[in-house]
Design a protein around this ligand. Structure first.
Ligand code: PLP
Length: 358
C-alpha cells in the first residue's frame, strides 16, 4: 500500500496520497476534510457521474450544478463566476467546489482557480476518469486542495475497485487515512472519538494497482490511438463531431465520445446505439447531467442547456485498450452503415461537413 501511494505521488507530482476502496470514498473524505456539513452548499460539475454529487448529500449539504462549456465539455468558468457573484446576494457562499475532468480531459483550471480564489472556495478535483491526462503540462489531480482518482473496473487503470485521495497537504491525507480505518484512537484498546469509515484499500489490491500503474503511459497511448482511429474514420461523416480536445492540455482519451446531429447524419444517437447493439457492440449515451436526475430534482443549476444537448446527441464508443484493429473496424463500419445512403466504398468522397471545435 505504501509503495502504491508513493508511486502515485511520483507519477502525478503530489506530495501525499491515501489509497481507498473507491473514488467515491475519496470524494466523501475530501468533503469531510473541508468541513462540509449539513446545510452547506457545494458547487459541482453538472455533466458527471452521480458519485460526484451523491457525496455532497452524504453530509447533508446541497449541490449547485454548473453547466459545461461547448469547447471542453467541462465546467464553464464564466457560469461559475456568475454564480459566485450572485451568491453573496442570496446568502452564504458555497463551502467547496468539486470540479470534474470529464471523459479524461482536464477542466480549465487557470480560469477556475482564479475565480475560486477570489471567493476563497476550496477546490476538489474529481480526476476519477483523468489519470494520465495533463493541463498545461501538469498532471490531472494536482489542481485542487485535494484530487481524487478511481480505479474502478472501467477506468484507465484498475484494482477492480479502488480509489486514491491525493494532496500536497499532509494533514488532509493523514486525517483521511485515520478516518478510512474506522477512526481508531491511538490506544491499546478500541477507543473512538470520531465517526470512522471502512474505506482503506487492501494491500492485495494495492499490489494490483502497482502493476497497473507501470503500464499507465502505454494505456494512455493506446487510448489516444483509438481516438485517432475513430477520428480518421468517422470525422468526415456529415453530422458527426468528436469531443473537442482543448489546446491547453492532453486528454487521456479514457472514452472516445461523438455527437450525432440527426438532421445531418440521418439517424439519431439512439438509432446508432441500437444498430451497434444489434451487432453485439456496446456503446452508451453520454452522462445524463445531474440537474436532469430525478434524485436531484429541485437543486439549483446554472445553465444546463449545453449538458442537455450533449446528453441528447452524445454517444460513448467502445474504447477499451484491449480492442484489436478488427474490433475497431467493426465499430466504425457499423456507424458508417447508419449514415443515410452510406455505402462503405463511398467513404472518401464524403468530406462535406466538419463543425469547427469552438
Ligand atoms: C467522474 C467520476 N467521479 C467519481 C467516480 C466514482 O469512482 P468509484 O467508482 O471508484 O467510486 C466515477 C466513476 O466511477 C467517475 O466517473
Amino acid at each position: 500500500m505504501d509503495a502504491f501511494e508513493q508511486e502515485m505521488c511520483q507519477k502525478i507530482g503530489v506530495k501525499h496520497a491515501a489509497a481507498l476502496v473507491s473514488g467515491t470514498a475519496a470524494l466523501h473524505l475530501s468533503l469531510l476534510m473541508l468541513g462540509v456539513e449539513a446545510g452547506d452548499k457545494v458547487l459541482c460539475t453538472d455533466l458527471t457521474f452521480a458519485a460526484t454529487a451523491n457525496v455532497i448529500t452524504y453530509l447533508g449539504a446541497t449541490p449547485i450544478f454548473i453547466d459545461s462549456n461547448q469547447s471542453t465539455w467541462n465546467m464553464d468558468p464564466e457560469l461559475l463566476l456568475d454564480e459566485l457573484e450572485a451568491c453573496p446576494h442570496r446568502g452564504k457562499l458555497p463551502k467547496a467546489i468539486i470540479v470534474v475532468d470529464i471523459y479524461g480531459q482536464c477542466a480549465d483550471y487557470n480560469a477556475i482557480i482564479e475565480v475560486c480564489s477570489r471567493y476563497g472556495i476550496p477546490i476538489i478535483e474529481d480526476a476519477a476518469e483523468a489519470l494520465g491526462a495533463t493541463y498545461k503540462g501538469i498532471s490531472a489531480g494536482q489542481f485542487g486542495a485535494m484530487g481524487v482518482f478511481s480505479f474502478n473496473g472501467n477506468k484507465i487503470i484498475t484494482t477492480s475497485g479502488g480509489g486514491m485521495l491525493v494532496s500536497d497537504n499532509e494533514e488532509y491525507i493523514n486525517r483521511a487515512r485515520f478516518l478510512s480505518t474506522q477512526a481508531r484512537d491511538p490506544a491499546p484498546h478500541y477507543e473512538h472519538s470520531n465517526i470512522g469509515y471502512n474505506y482503506r484499500l487492501s494491500n492485495l489490491l494495492a499490489a494490483v494497482g502497482r502493476g497497473q500503474l507501470e503500464r499507465l503511459d502505454e494505456k494512455v497511448a493506446r487510448k489516444r490511438a483509438i481516438n485517432q482511429f475513430y477520428r480518421r474514420t468517422l470525422e468526415n461523416l456529415p453530422g458527426i463531431e468528436f469531443m473537442p480536445e482543448a489546446s491547453y492540455g492532453k486528454s487521456n482519451c479514457w472514452l472516445t465520445v461523438i455527437l450525432i446531429t440527426p438532421e445531418k447524419f440521418g439517424a439519431d444517437r439512439e438509432v446508432v446505439r441500437l444498430a451497434l447493439e444489434a451487432e453485439n457492440i456496446e456503446s452508451r449515451p453520454i452522462m445524463n447531467p445531474m440537474h436532469m436526475q430525478p434524485v436531484f430534482k429541485g437543486c439549483r443549476v446554472c445553465g444546463g442547456k449545453i449538458s442537455e444537448d450533449l446528453f441528447i446527441r452524445g454517444l460513448c464508443l467502445p474504447s477499451g485498450t484491449q480492442m484489436t484493429q478488427e474490433d475497431l473496424d467493426r465499430v466504425a463500419t457499423a456507424i458508417q452503415s447508419c449514415y443515410r445512403g452510406f455505402k462503405t466504398r463511398d467513404i472518401q468522397p464524403i468530406a462535406i461537413y466538419t463543425k469547427p471545435y469552438s
